[in-house]
Design a protein around this ligand. Structure first.
Ligand SMILES: Cc1ncc(COP(=O)(O)O)c(C=O)c1O
Length: 369
């Protein structure tokens, strides 16, 4: 019997291997790892694997996914990775142990809510180090901390910063030293101890490998390097990790010899785009039953020697080249982070988990080349 398509095949053993390796690598330098599960839609199966690999904290940008993990009974410290919206502070205090914050107005609301819920909510204050997404400007941080310390129901668990997410700014040795010095100064100035000096994400891999001194940094938040085995500054594979824990499988629904250029008067396509086509004569065009509503098509790479020509909402059109494709054939695709995120949050893509019951099978584990 044919399997459901489109489906994403998720090798839990490979994810576990990557998580264990990264945890070890970081812990050797005194750095704790939080698993960032937003890229996999906070899949409970994957979150459990991260916990089994020894990771004790999980982070997501979306409070409803943190709620989902907590309600499922997962035992971890849950971190909201994005500064809360004012409209969600109630849920944030209820379901997240820690949230990342940059706005006093939001922190005041968290404080009031924490008092109401008889809780102490922890904060990581995000600092702007140049990537220009979220963060308190360095010069504003002392006054900011002073205000936060006046508020009941909350505590500062540390400071954090983020790189290579918006502006592509690299966590260089100099940047990391600057952030480390800032963390030390703030702790000294306010007589605080920061359990979290959270230095970045999968973009920090080269820094981690090369630095002789991690300074005050004691924490990172990793998503892509765990799931896809890559650092994110250059997209380079991390030695010893798997890059193929995820594979998307789609099914051919049409395969015909047709011209390579549309014929007839032409305007815009369904997405308002004016597309140009290369004249290749008559080619074998194959269609797979998957489209932009299922996946970020630009992040797919077919594992057969065929070429993606384009896509609409529900179709991806391929130049099949010399591959003899027919309806019912399956084509495998590798995924980048954006494509992985889109399939893992799509209700239309079936998830098939591989190696679901292998808790600890180091005797049969094969390390990637
Ligand atoms: C604040 C923050 N930290 C960490 C991460 C994880 O980044 P990466 O997947 O590159 O490790 C993200 C993005 O998912 C993020 O927004």
């Amino acid at each position: 019997m044919k399997e459901i398509t489109p489906r994403v095949e998720i090798d839990l053993r490979k994810i576990r291997h990557n998580a264990e390796m990264l945890k070890k690598l970081h812990e050797e330098k005194g750095i704790q790892v939080t698993g960032v599960v937003k890229g996999v839609g906070a899949s409970l199966e994957i979150a459990k694997v991260l916990i089994d690999s020894g990771i004790t904290s999980l982070a997501d940008t979306n409070i409803s996914r943190i709620k989902k993990m907590r309600m499922a009974g997962l035992k971890a410290t849950f971190i909201l990775l994005r500064t809360p919206a004012l409209s969600e502070v109630g849920q944030v205090v209820q379901f997240a142990d820690i949230s990342m914050n940059t706005e006093l107005e939001v922190i005041r609301a968290l404080s009031a809510e924490a008092v109401k819920q008889c809780k102490v909510h922890s904060l990581i204050l995000m600092v702007e180090m140049g990537d220009l997404r979220e963060g308190i400007m360095i010069q504003d941080l002392p006054a900011f901390i002073e205000e936060v310390l006046k508020l009941p129901g909350i505590q500062i668990a540390g400071i954090g910063t983020n790189f290579a997410c918006f502006g592509g700014v690299i966590p260089t040795e100099q940047k990391m030293r600057e952030f480390s010095t800032l963390a030390r100064n703030m702790q000294k100035r306010f007589s605080l101890i920061f359990p979290y000096v959270s230095g970045g994400n999968s973009a920090n891999y080269q820094w981690l490998k090369n630095t002789k001194d991690v300074g005050a940094i004691n924490h990172v938040r990793l998503g892509e390097s765990i799931f896809l085995g890559r650092e994110t500054v250059h997209g380079a594979p991390i030695p010893g990790l798997y890059q193929d824990a995820f594979c998307l499988v789609a099914e051919v629904i049409e395969s015909k010899l047709k011209p390579s250029v549309p014929f007839g008067d032409r305007g815009r396509n369904a997405f308002g785009e004016t597309v140009s086509f290369k004249e290749r004569g008559v080619i074998r065009r194959a269609i797979v039953a998957m489209g932009r509503q299922d996946v970020l098509v630009s992040g797919l790479r077919p594992l057969l020697p065929v070429e993606i020509l384009g896509s609409s909402s529900d179709h991806i059109i391929l130049d099949a080249k010399n591959v003899d494709l027919k309806p019912g054939d399956e084509i495998n695709f590798s995924l980048d982070y954006g494509a992985m995120m889109s399939v893992m949050t799509s209700p239309y893509v079936y998830r098939k988990y591989l190696h679901t019951d292998e808790k600890d099978d180091s005797s049969t584990k094969k390390t990637p080349a």
